[in-house]
Design a protein around this ligand. Structure first.
Ligand code: SAH
Ligand code: SF4
Length: 407
């Protein structure tokens, strides 16, 4: 056991072949000299506690073993994290010995992100602004539905580098990738809070800030943990991408049942490239080819997302072109009236226009629905999370607090 009880997680290899080893700070120098090992996460060196949500099963077992605990303690601890009833403090984990609880309090933490701001909409939608360890701000949304579904919309990056002109996150630019743990924790914390009310998180969509396939390994790692630790089935998880062709093909080969959504929004290269720069790299033909490959490999249906912009992409000719583009593809079109953002002057289509658009698609054999905009009174539309007065206020609050701390 190390002097301060801290643990550091090392990794060797890359991607799926990555294997991780836990070492205590005491045995650190011996391990660090092995060149194939590189530190990925410094968890729990003195002063930096281990985030319990960041531990994989084997890591939890190793940490407790280092502390001289039997294997079943890991099961007990995990049950506190992911099964009912939820606890907000380690001291409430009553079946763990007092000495172990004290050690956990000293060296670990129940989550590494703090809630900087939260708003609840009239329809029950809860939008949350998280502050990460480096003060980066990200947002998640929890949406309750009448049929008891509870869907979390989570972020994969701080900002986004893809530059879609209509998107608030795109307008703010890219800051950094989120770690697997930061992505997973957004869902895990909502799940724990719901358990307190005897409710259950049932669905997760990767439609918050960022481009999930630009942070592929962390997103897939988090998705796997959402399945194993939160018990949410693959078919209740959706990853939405702007259309990164190589990653769509890679995802098709994963053999996962996680659902795929593609943000399409336009039906010609010229128009799509003008609002989605990614289209200059991967044109519609290549994108649709990759979608066919995904359907072939997975047998699954793809969802195409289409933000309806009044007078721009909501006319009958566009609907016909879209239907032709998607002909023969097992798919569904999800229409979302545009959420207006400060940096883009398009307006949302009216409901009658949206309905007319659906009719043309359906008469051409393409199923489509208009997505209900949740939490619209609090700017909580997915992909619309970055640009709100509430966020600015929270940032101001955090900045002035930091200034006070520094002075
Ligand atoms: N980067 C991923 C996932 C996050 S965005 C992607 O682009 O797919 C989630 C969805 O919200 C995407 O379909 C995105 O195109 C859409 N979106 C972004 N800004 C929007 C806006 N202002 N109005 C309506 N939908 C928007
Ligand atoms: Fe990024 Fe998606 Fe927004 Fe495009 S729509 S800028 S990919 S978050």
């Amino acid at each position: 056991m190390s002097e301060d009880g801290g643990v550091i997680i090392y990794t060797s290899g890359m991607g799926a072949r990555m294997s991780r080893t836990i070492v205590t700070t005491a045995s650190l120098s011996a391990v660090a000299s092995a060149s194939r090992l590189m530190p990925v996460r410094m968890l729990g060196t003195a002063g930096a506690p281990v985030n319990l949500y960041g531990l994989h099963d084997d890591e939890m077992v190793s940490m407790l073993k280092e502390w001289g605990q039997p294997k079943f303690r890991a099961k007990q601890l995990k049950s506190w994290l992911y099964d009912a009833p939820a606890v907000t403090h380690i001291d409430e984990m009553t079946n763990l010995p007092k000495a172990l609880r004290a050690k956990l309090v000293e060296h670990t933490t129940l989550g590494e992100m703090s809630v900087a701001h939260q708003q609840e909409s009239n329809d029950g939608t809860r939008k949350r602004l998280w502050q990460c360890h480096d003060d980066a701000l990200i947002e998640s949304v929890l949406m309750p539905y009448a049929d008891n579904r509870r869907t979390a919309c989570i972020s994969s990056q701080v900002g986004c580098a893809m530059g879609c002109t209509f998107c608030a996150t795109g307008q703010m630019g890219f800051k950094r990738d989120l770690t697997e743990t930061e992505i997973f924790e957004q869902a895990a914390r909502f799940a724990a809070e719901l358990r307190e009310k005897d409710e259950r998180l049932s669905n997760v969509v990767f439609m918050g800030m960022g481009e999930p396939f630009r942070n592929y390994d962390a997103v897939l790692g988090a998705a796997r943990r959402i399945m194993t630790d939160l018990g949410i089935g693959a078919r209740h998880i959706t990853i939405s991408t702007v259309g990164l062709v190589p990653q769509i093909r890679r995802f098709a080969d994963e053999g996962l049942e996680v659902k795929l959504a593609i943000s399409l929004h336009e039906s010609t290269d010229e128009k799509r490239s003008s609002i989605m720069p990614v289209n200059r790299r991967w044109k519609l033909e290549e994108l649709i080819d990759a979608c066919h490959y995904y359907v072939q490999q997975s047998g699954r249906r793809i969802t195409f997302e289409w933000a309806l912009i009044s007078g721009t992409n909501d006319d009958a000719a566009t609907a016909k072109r879209l239907a032709a583009l998607l002909r023969g593809l097992k798919c569904h079109v999800n229409l979302i009236p545009l959420n207006p953002t400060r940096g883009f002057d398009g307006r949302p289509s009216s409901l009658p226009n949206a309905e007319a658009f659906i009719k043309v698609l359906e008469s051409n054999g393409i199923p489509a629905t208009v997505r209900v905009r949740r939490g619209i009174d609090i700017d909580a539309g997915c992909g619309q999370l970055a640009d709100s007065a509430s966020k600015e206020l929270a940032i101001k609050k955090i900045t002035s607090r930091d200034r006070r701390r520094a002075s």
